[in-house]
Ligand binder design. Sequence first.
Ligand code: BTN
Length: 239
Amino acid sequence: MLEKIISFEALPSTNQYLKENYSNLEHFTIITCENQTHGRGRLGRSWFSSKDSGVFSILLFPQYLNNINITFIPLVCAYATLKVLSKYVDSLQVKWPNDIVLSSKKLAGILVEAVTTTKIEAIIVGIGININNSSFNEEISSIATSLYLNNNSILDKKTIIADIANELKNSLILDPSEIISYLNDNLYIKGKEVSFSYNNEIVSGVVCKINQDGSLKVSTNKGIINVSSGEVTLTNLYK
Ligand code: BTN
């Protein structure tokens, strides 16, 4: 079934829209826009998008999420996005926790945010995909790619967005081990050297796999370290 999507011509950020309006909206409301003017990325970065990008956010209320661990949601989103985009292109990978990578360049990014008072009121899943982009600005052109640049054909953004939303709905009730296993099979950083901050020190090591709890197992000269996604920036991993 195709999910119902609410579309705007322009918004500063689809995530921000849901943050401001979640209390009047239903679980699994999907917001998209043609022109996102102040898109946000992870770790305080901004997210560049044009009319050719697919940008959307989905509103989740924890009470409808059957005990799923909130820290696991970014991985479920990566899984659903990877599954759907793999219909259009081969050899997609995930850069843990949730960048989607094509030919060593970033194809899509995911930002999961929680609205918190004394408890988690709402979770906002924001996904940005380079769909029909034929070029990127200088700042990101060496590290970003799009489905168009790979396939040379224009795709229908709404179909892809609805398909990912539908896949996410189904994935949220899957056994977590199925998700972890699929992500490990397509893990871009497996065997690669990564650096991260650990006990106020920058530590390097080689990525082994994603653990069952969603953390990343890294082999370092201090032994095995299991890193959680909030703690780490993996640098210089794109061509
Ligand atoms: C990242 O890779 O850093 C995450 C990028 C997430 C971008 C999407 S686009 C739709 C939604 N609205 C936002 O402002 N950000 C997310």
